[in-house]
Design a protein around this ligand. Structure first.
Ligand code: SF4
Ligand code: SF4
Length: 92
């Protein structure tokens, strides 16, 4: 019988932590903290909630992106109500 457990980059429970999926990215999100409402202390979990990779990190005044795991899907930029996240080409 064919083993299907080796299809894809994650082979077993908990292994996703060791896979730096950020290397898959062709565009990366860049946060403009001047526009981010969290900079003013307001609660805004939108980008944190929509990120499928848990790559948005809440910091004291705003958010940061964990580029080790962010795959560059662009959901955070699309959903940000303040238009504070821009997707830019990797390498530019
Ligand atoms: S969704 Fe936009 S405004 Fe809200 S925390 Fe994220 S970057 Fe800031
Ligand atoms: S681009 Fe996608 S994976 Fe990267 S931080 Fe935004 S929502 Fe998460």
């Amino acid at each position: 019988m064919t083993q299907l457990s080796t299809i894809g980059p994650v082979y077993g429970p908990g292994e996703s932590v060791t896979r730096k999926t950020g290397s898959w990215r062709i565009r990366r999100p860049v946060v403009n903290l001047e526009l981010c409402v969290k900079r003013e202390g307001q609660a805004c979990p939108v980008c944190w909630v929509v990120c499928p990779d848990m790559s948005i990190l809440e910091v004291h005044r705003g958010v940061e992106v964990n580029y080790d795991y962010c795959k560059g899907c662009g959901l955070c930029a699309y959903e940000c109500p303040a238009h504070a996240i821009e997707m830019i080409q990797e390498g530019s």
